[in-house]
Design a protein around this ligand. Structure first.
Ligand code: NAP
Ligand code: MG
Length: 475
């Protein structure tokens, strides 16, 4: 075996300030001017990257007020004029994509090859796509004169910080709404760099406001009476709290929550291709993916072949420095998330399934978890029911399509699913019976701004992406 030489991306392409203030009404305020401050770290090294402001209730007030005063003029602009800003933002993102990719890998821990080749191209594509809708809203199928809702409060998680921001901000702006967005506590930096991009694009002040902080800041924001629409991506638990607090207020709400997707492999599937899809399905972004294929359902007759080649493939995955271009698996985003993964995998080991990881050395500093599979999992096991949100795959088997469908649907979630088979008729018949928002056939984790994304059941409601994604921002 040849060893790979190190191929680190240069860190010097990104200039991180020692501290950041909130971005309200088009200006960066002094760091920590009213609330406190907190630190964001690089999860691969535990190095502090910057100090960031924690927005308190008065800051939230000011941000919502800024968005409110910007709403009138922004929504009155002809769609073609709003589109110019969105196209400009999209182009600046492309121009700064190397810088933003390195920044995202530093703050989040994801491998540079993913932030560079997946996150950033999709972020730009989202802005380009919704820029194209801004002057065509009356043809989108939501009435002749679709109107924006007003001020949108948007709260996003840490797994795809900039991409989740794009999913939220691009459709909101295209439809004429203004926004106050709170990024996750552990990954605030790319949203703050995005604020700088808004300035660079001459976006009118107050149209986009970025306030950083922890869960409490998010709660204050979504509960603010000056907000007309709440868009949340995160855990089902917090989503439930938000649904409760928004109920009866007249605010519009969309929720993108957790998942426990089935990736179903039939015995006639092209096995090598399916194994690539299984690996991509659960080890992409360290498994910090709401639509991850975390439950592998393999037809019994193909089980030995699939498991043998899956283990062989997993032994080639390279875990380590997220900035190294050869790295497949980066760092777990935080100590808390690592602990959550440990608790659930310990439960998995205790409940009986067999646990396996390839030989894999973990760096001494930072937060890491080796790619892991559990075999002999039954539907009653916690690791088959609860979202782990880490590089951990639970393997179950089935004999007939009916059994596969029943097992796949046996979950409180319903975000995504995958089907691997050579037979188009089987794929269509099974897809028709799966209760999941997105179903991939002979591929997995494919994203495109033109395609709606969202869940059933406890995975939430509302759609982001595509023409459907406009509806959440139109009154
Ligand atoms: P989380 O704990 O629910 O946090 C999500 C965001 O909400 C963060 O910004 C968080 O702030 C904030 N928050 C926490 N408590 C809040 C409250 N009471 N009111 C308002 N906001 C609050 O989720 P997470 O652990 O960061 O993210 C992982 C989850 O997101 C997983 O369940 C995953 O499946 C889901 N997810 C879903 C999608 C989708 O499209 N369906 C996409 C990505 C992720 P802090 O950062 O300070 O906690
Ligand atoms: Mg961080």
């Amino acid at each position: 075996m040849f060893e790979y030489a190190p191929a680190p991306e240069s860190r010097s392409v990104v200039d991180i300030a020692p501290s950041y203030g909130l971005f309200i009404n088009g200006t960066f305020e002094a760091p920590g001017s009213t609330g406190g401050v907190f630190k964001t770290v690089n999860p691969a090294t535990e190095e502090v990257l910057a100090e960031v402001s924690a927005a308190g209730p008065e800051d939230v007030d000011r941000a919502v007020a800024a968005a409110r005063s910007a709403f009138g003029p922004w929504s009155a602009l002809p769609g073609a004029e709003r589109a110019k800003y969105l196209f400009r933002i999209a182009r600046i993102i492309q121009e700064r994509s190397r810088e933003l990719a390195v920044l995202e890998s530093l703050d989040n821990g994801k491998p540079i090859k993913e932030s560079r080749d997946v996150d950033l191209p999709l972020v730009a594509a989202h802005f380009f796509y919704y820029a194209g809708w801004a002057d065509k809203l009356e043809y989108a199928g939501f009435g002749e004169n679709p109107r924006p809702i007003g001020v949108a409060a948007q709260v996003i998680p840490w797994n795809f910080p900039l991409l989740m921001l794009a999913w939220k901000i691009a459709p909101a702006l295209a439809t004429g709404n203004t926004v106050v967005l709170k990024p996750a506590e552990t990954t605030p930096l790319s949203a703050l760099f995005f604020a700088d991009i808004c300035r660079q694009a001459d976006l009118p002040p107050g149209v986009v406001n970025i306030i950083t902080g922890a869960g409490e800041t998010g709660r204050t924001l979504v509960e603010h009476p000056g907000v007309d629409k709440v868009a949340f991506t995160g855990s089902t638990e917090v989503g439930r709290q938000i649904a409760r607090s928004v109920a009866g207020t007249g605010k519009r709400l969309t929720l993108e929550l957790g998942g426990k997707a089935a990736n179903i492999v039939f015995d006639d599937a092209p096995i090598d291709q399916a194994v690539e899809g299984i690996v991509n399905g659960i080890f992409f972004n360290q498994g910090h993916v709401c639509c991850a294929g975390s439950r592998l359902l393999v037809q019994e007759s193909a089980y030995d072949e699939v498991m043998e080649s899956l283990k062989r493939r997993m032994a080639t995955l390279r875990l380590g420095d997220p900035l190294d271009k050869n790295t497949d698996i980066g760092a777990i985003n935080s100590a808390e998330q690592l602990e959550r993964i440990r608790v659930l995998t310990d439960a998995g080991s205790q409940e009986g399934p067999e646990r396996w990881s390839p030989p894999c050395e973990l760096p001494a500093q930072g937060f890491w978890f080796a790619p892991t599979i559990f075999t002999g999992v039954t539907q009653a096991h916690r690791i088959a029911r609860e979202e782990i949100f880490g590089p951990v795959l639970s393997v179950l088997t089935f004999r007939t399509p009916a059994e596969a469908i029943e097992k796949a649907n046996n979950t409180p979630y319903g975000l995504s699913a995958g089907i691997w088979s050579e037979k188009g008729s089987l794929i269509l018949a099974v897809a028709d019976k799966l209760r999941a928002g997105v179903i991939w056939a002979n591929t997995f984790n494919k994203f495109d701004p033109t395609s709606p994304f969202g869940g059933y059941k406890e995975s939430g409601y509302g759609r982001e992406g595509g023409r459907h994604g406009l509806e959440a921002y139109l009154g």
